[in-house]
Design a protein around this ligand. Structure first.
Ligand code: FAD
Length: 366
């Protein structure tokens, strides 16, 4: 059995790695031309109940631990005036340690045998063959035929149409992010406001956030609740115009916008329906965002890796009967992703809804 995986994101890579650990061959087809083709950006907190479980199944716990950004689990919540409402240090317990996504992805790529990832293989489409199995078409590379196909190709999956007609829709939320470098020397006031971990500055309808990253970097982001047309009209190079949206916020917080050193990137947040599921189609399934794209409340990458590990486990435990494995995997995945998507909606409502910032603080203080 060879498993064909589309997408070398965290989900697809964990799936390939766990299969490899158990001696099952997997080939990953990735659209990007090389491992370094695109900056991966951003820190991810890896949770002890799913992301860390997946990395343990991949046999990579000690490699993962070596990537942890010590101290970055600290969290501070302020209101728009900058008044500190919650200030939690990193307790060192490792429940949600932070790592750079690029380093985590590189670790997984390096854990696979040479040739297991076919770079520059962008899927154009896939179809079910009349006699069974699938044909997968690539832009600029020969098509392949496979009996076991996994879509790990993210939000705009080209494998998903084999299973469901559902497509992501805009959620009404957009994240606009940018970076500040050499912050202790060049932006000491901002470094002081952010602290050693994550900062959330919250008010109804908007959030200003920041993450302290390794190498003296602050990753700054704005979350806005706006129609897509208004987002598309924003000039992302006009920092002062963006800061004007936060005119009644503290000047120190506004500097998280005005002092960003490279142009902002806007990331409109799309979602699949909460509780999405489909009828079983033999030989094909989805993991991660391809299966259950949801609002980012810190769970998506963890879920993608957990899906990968769980699908691999089901395949390992059902040798010779992939249909039983896929059915078991999907039943459990539908249930956990529906619950996570509902939790993500609740969390985002606390971040930018009418109760912000106090509802968000109450979530932590009980
Ligand atoms: C702004 C933002 C912040 C987030 N913050 C967090 C966070 O803090 N914590 C967290 O856990 N999650 C976070 N998430 C969610 C997280 O990024 C995703 O849930 C996670 O990356 C999903 O992993 P994946 O492997 O399913 O898909 P992806 O990471 O999207 O990987 C898909 C891969 O498939 C490839 N691909 C796509 N199309 C094709 C094709 N046609 N052919 C071949 N290959 C293809 C892509 O190049 C990519 O390598 C955030 C999301 C956003 C938008």
């Amino acid at each position: 059995m060879t498993v064909t995986i589309i997408g070398a994101g965290l989900g697809g890579l964990v799936l390939a790695r766990v299969l490899h650990v158990h001696g099952i061959e997997a080939v990953v087809h990735e659209a990007e031309a090389s491992p370094g083709a695109r900056a991966q950006g951003g820190q991810l907190d890896i949770h002890d109940h799913d992301g860390q479980v997946a990395l343990a199944a991949a046999g990579l716990t000690s490699e993962f631990r070596s990537l942890i950004h010590e101290g970055a689990e600290a969290m501070r919540v302020v209101d728009r005036e900058g008044t500190v409402l919650l200030d939690e240090p990193d307790d060192g317990a490792g429940r949600r340690p932070e790592v750079l996504r690029g380093e985590l992805r590189r670790m997984l790529i390096d854990s696979l045998p040479a040739g297991a990832i076919r770079w520059g293989h962008k899927v154009d489409g896939a179809r079910r063959l009349p006699g069974g199995g699938f044909e997968v078409r690539f832009a600029g590379a020969p098509s392949i035929r496979t009996d076991l196909l996994v879509g790990a190709d993210g939000a705009w999956s080209r494998v998903r149409p084999l299973l469901t007609a559902a497509r992501p829709v805009y959620s009404g939320n957009t994240i606009i992010d940018g970076y500040l470098y050499d912050v202790d020397r060049r932006h000491p006031e901002i470094a002081g406001v952010v602290g050693g971990g994550a900062l959330f500055a919250l008010a109804p309808g908007a959030c200003l956030g920041a993450h302290r990253e390794p190498l003296d970097v602050i990753h700054s982001y704005i979350q806005l609740v706006r129609p897509l047309e208004e987002i598309e009209a924003i000039d992302l190079s006009a920092r002062d115009e963006l800061a004007a949206e936060f005119a009644d916020w503290s000047p120190d917080l506004r500097r998280l916008i005005t002092d960003v050193e490279i142009p902002f990137t806007a990331r409109p947040l799309h979602v699949l329906p909460v509780g999405i599921r489909w009828d079983r189609v033999p030989g094909v399934t989805l993991i991660g965002d391809a299966a259950h794209l949801m609002l980012p409340a810190g769970e998506g990458a963890n879920l993608a890796m957990f899906d990968g590990a769980e699908l691999a486990r089901a395949l390992v435990e059902n040798p010779g009967d992939p249909e039983v494995a896929l059915a078991r995997y999907e039943a459990e995945m539908f249930a956990r992703s529906a619950e996570s998507a509902r939790e993500a909606e609740r969390a985002i409502e606390l971040v930018v809804g009418e109760s912000a910032p106090h509802g968000f603080v109450a979530m932590f203080t009980g």
